[in-house]
Design a protein around this ligand. Structure first.
Ligand SMILES: Cc1ncc(COP(=O)(O)O)c(C=O)c1O
Length: 436
């Protein structure tokens, strides 16, 4: 009842005049809540989206603002860069495919096309892989976390990591453990990885290691072949004493340095039979269709029985989370991956975007080097991070000068993907001042 006089409870013998429905209901206890305890206090605000919103509001008010917060590739006019052939493939999907359900685990031609794409440099291993469709790489990561860790157990990743790993872990009642990412600006801290794997095995008897490569978000780092050799040695050693699963999150695969994916996949292939290898595959960035929500989790498991069990568990997980994925999106991406003409066109259009991004990376390296900023080796990709002692304070100072970056623990993330090459010197100079 809203406002006005309280209504007496009608039709009840002995009803007390003046008593209301509300009076008759059990009194809420001070702390009683419909949300279960584990979901109380969760923030619905994504801090990156909030900063983006603020930057855009200032831009709309006519201020000269640089917004380097969001993770989507913009062209030099500040519009989302879209591969025309990918957009055409999406627009050519018929209503039957947009309207109909897809099989729970995904359309078979889509899954085959994704597996062929992942194993392009080692096609002989494609027969040992299975895949299920997921809404983007995020869905693939969700399945990896929920299927290869028990509730309460912790995934392992680098101490700089994409924030949603934590959200995915929280949402699925898992935790995040990190190891120090860098031994130097040019190398992973392999000793830290080794020790952290040891701790995970001692505490929970298994490891789920997530590596985001190439073009790590947020640091921009792409692993060298020496890094990969070290990872293979350490993982193989630990995999002899406990189940170890390695997830390659290669959301930015298309934008990495030449051969980065070939190096990663050959290294992961060397793990097959020791560790379980998973690839969280995403069409979001590689086909510039972030909102299409097309992705897949690929598992490389040489043992046929284990492979079948994993495929069944992942298909069950699909049914138990999103039921099935966007059929129209899968149809479009399958054509882009398998139709020779479309593939050629989309690959050459993507080359243009890689060049656009590459020019920005070069400008950044020149001016940031000259300004003496400290950051990991940056050879390509959407982001870089500059190490910062008090990142929150530095980001605030930058905002005062109209430049928006994302403060993370120990660093400032700069979305090169969202800046014109001509704007990068201003962003770097502002950052250098803010760090001083
Ligand atoms: C590191 C990383 N992994 C995975 C993803 C997955 O994105 P999506 O779910 O759109 O494929 C992203 C997107 O920003 C990312 O930055």
């Amino acid at each position: 009842m809203r406002g006005g006089h309280p209504a007496p409870i009608p039709g009840r013998r002995g009803a007390v005049p003046g008593r209301t429905y509300r009076d008759a209901m059990p009194k809420p206890k001070a702390m009683r809540h419909h949300l279960v305890d584990s979901r109380l206090g969760r923030s619905g605000d994504d801090p990156i989206f909030a900063l983006n919103h603020e930057a855009n509001a200032r831009l709309a008010a006519g201020e000269d603002v640089l917004n380097a917060t969001l993770g989507a590739l913009l062209d030099d006019d500040g519009r989302l860069a879209i591969l025309p052939t990918a957009a055409r493939a999406v627009s050519e999907v018929g209503p039957q495919d947009w309207a109909a359900y897809a099989p729970i685990g995904g359309l078979a031609p889509f899954l085959q096309a994704v597996i062929a794409d992942v194993f392009v440099d080692i096609p002989e291993l494609a027969d040992q892989a299975i895949a299920v469709a997921s809404p983007g790489g995020s869905g693939a990561l969700r399945h990896a976390i929920a299927t290869f860790l028990e509730p309460g157990q912790a995934l392992l990743t680098t101490d700089f990591f994409w924030g949603p790993y934590q959200t995915l872990a929280d949402e699925n009642e898992r935790r995040v453990r990190t190891f120090t990412m860098f031994a130097s600006k040019d190398s992973l801290d392999l000793a830290a990885l080794d020790a952290a794997m040891q701790t995970s095995i001692a505490e929970q008897g298994r490891v789920l290691l997530i590596l985001n490569d190439p073009c790590h978000n947020p640091s921009g780092y792409s692993m060298s072949s020496a890094d990969w050799d070290g990872v293979v040695e350490i993982v193989t050693r630990h995999a002899s004493s406990a189940p170890v699963t390695v997830v390659l999150d290669n959301a930015y695969a298309a934008y990495g340095p030449p051969d980065a994916m070939a190096t990663a996949m050959r290294s992961l292939a060397a793990l097959a039979g020791h560790a379980l290898v998973l690839i969280a595959w995403s069409a979001s960035k590689s086909f510039t269709h972030y909102g299409l929500r097309v992705g897949a989790l690929v598992a490389l498991a040489p043992d046929a029985d284990e492979r079948a069990a994993i495929e069944a568990a992942l298909t069950y997980a699909c049914r138990g989370t999103w039921s099935n994925c966007n059929r129209g999106g899968m149809v479009a991406v399958t054509r882009l991956l398998t139709d020779p003409e479309l593939r050629k066109a989309v690959d050459s259009e993507r080359e243009e975007l890689i060049r656009l991004l590459g020019d920005r990376v070069d400008v950044f390296n020149d001016v940031a080097g000259a300004a003496g900023l400290a950051y990991p080796r940056y050879a390509g990709g959407f982001f870089t991070t500059v190490f910062a002692e008090d990142a929150a304070r530095s980001a605030r100072r930058m905002r005062d000068e109209g430049v928006y970056v994302v403060p993370i623990r120990g660093a400032l993330r700069l979305g090169i993907c969202a800046l014109r090459a001509a704007d990068i010197p201003r962003a770097v100079e502002t950052m250098a001042r803010a760090l001083g």
